[in-house]
Design a protein around this ligand. Structure first.
Ligand code: NAD
Ligand code: ZN
Ligand code: ZN
Length: 377
């Protein structure tokens, strides 16, 4: 099977944080060794993109953002003989793209892949030291993960999983970051055990998925903490057993009251601000685990009460993405089996031209659950 691939495509390019995203025509990329080309169906809109769009987290410019994607494979690069991937397959792509060859990847720790951080996150390249994206005048354009805010994107074949028949391809785009990161936090970061109690601070795109995965893993109690009552109501529908609005209530008092004065076994933090760290640490029981997932806006610190942490044997276990090669297939299966309700988390759909507007709404806290860019709009 071969597919006609146009020489150029439309992509949302960031050249200057002061200007924001602009849709441009650039060259359609092609896959190299161990990579595939996807015709993008949809791309989820994550708060991490906002850090780059707002100029808070440094990234080379010009660049194409967008790092949770679904689409159809239209070209398979060399070196894919053992992957089972083929043209025409519908896949989800993960933001954390392991090289598959470094020391950490050899240990199965895709989440620590050194080339992913050194080459993709710092330089916007893939693992031969080049980007796949070029302007019409051959200007190199950096890729944040696979650069999915475009009609086509190249992604390492380590980082895609076939979708099951009948899955919603548009909403499914959130699996590759929001759901994968939620799964990584619960399964890898916290290693949540059946019957444990949890708090989830910030119930946006990532927090909504943490709630669902924690429920699937048998959490006895899930306390959602956010500043927005509508988001907290949505969190209840996803499995939160209790909710606390931290603008209106004292988090520590409320969580202690809800847990017989004990605090929760695991507190997830999904925003990356000093005050959300405080809420998570304030929710913890003696011996509890705090799992921060939120990224700070650049170099940011949070206060940790030294003596409480030490004397009460509390742990802080950072969690980034998940182990893509093992965990993305599990996340897709959990979504297909109904344990992750990815369809209802997606509350807004934007066209590629409207992507900039969508990120503005996300920055204003006006997106419940997750918004996506639907390439058919
Ligand atoms: N560790 C990882 O692998 C990883 C992956 C993806 C995203 N992230 C990071 O996770 C964070 C969340 O991303 P998202 O896409 O879910 O964001 P989002 O914008 O969808 O959600 C943010 C949520 O925080 C809530 N909020 C705002 N202020 C609050 C406060 N003071 N207390 C409690 N809640 C508050 C908002 O109401 C909203 O529900 C970001 O920092 C993002 O960069 C990390
Ligand atoms: Zn993300
Ligand atoms: Zn690696």
């Amino acid at each position: 099977m071969s597919v006609q691939i146009p020489a150029t495509m439309r992509a949302a390019v960031l050249r200057d944080p002061k200007i924001g995203l602009q849709v441009e025509t650039i060259k359609t990329p092609h896959p190299r060794d161990g990579e595939v080309l996807i015709k993008v169906t949809a791309c989820g809109m994550c708060h991490s993109d906002l850090h780059v769009i707002g100029g808070k987290i440094a990234f080379p410019l010009p660049c194409v953002l967008g790092h949770e994607v679904t689409g159809q494979i239209v070209e398979v690069g060399p070196g894919n003989e053992q992957t089972g991937l083929h043209v025409g397959q519908n896949v989800a792509g993960a933001f954390l793209m392991p090289c598959g060859k470094c020391e950490y990847c050899a240990q199965g720790r895709d989440d620590l892949c050194a080339p992913f951080f050194d080459m993709n996150r710092i330089k916007g390249q893939l693992y031969d030291g080049h980007t796949r994206l070029f302007g019409l005048d051959n200007e190199p354009i950096a890729m944040y993960s696979m650069g999915a805010l475009s009609e086509y994107c190249v992604i390492p074949s380590t980082s895609v999983t076939a979708l099951e028949d009948g899955m919603d391809m548009v909403a499914g785009s959130i699996l590759g970051c929001a759901a994968l990161t939620g799964y990584g936090a619960v399964r890898r970061g916290a290693n949540l055990q059946y019957g444990e109690t949890v708090a989830v601070v910030a119930t946006g795109g990532i927090g909504s998925n943490i709630i669902q995965v924690a429920k699937a893993f048998g959490a006895a109690q899930i306390i959602a903490i956010d500043v927005d009552d509508e988001k907290l109501e949505a969190a209840r529908k996803l499995g939160a057993t209790d909710v606390v609005n931290s603008m209106k209530r004292n988090v520590r008092d409320e969580v202690l009251a809800l847990t017989n004065g004990r605090g929760v076994d695991v507190a997830f933090e999904a925003l990356g601000r000093p005050e959300t760290w405080t809420s998570a640490l304030d929710s913890l029981r003696d011996g509890g685990r705090m799992v921060p997932i939120g990224l700070g806006a650049g170099v940011q610190t949070a206060a940790v009460e030294i003596n409480r942490t030490v004397r009460r044997s509390q742990s802080i276990l950072g969690s980034y993405g998940a182990r893509t090669r093992q965990d993305l297939p599990t996340v897709v299966k959990m979504a297909s089996d109904g344990y992750i309700d990815y369809r209802h988390i997606v509350t807004r759909k934007f066209s590629l031209d409207q992507a900039g507007e969508g990120y503005k709404l996300l920055a204003q806290g006006k997106i419940q659950g997750r918004a996506v860019v639907d390439m058919s709009l």
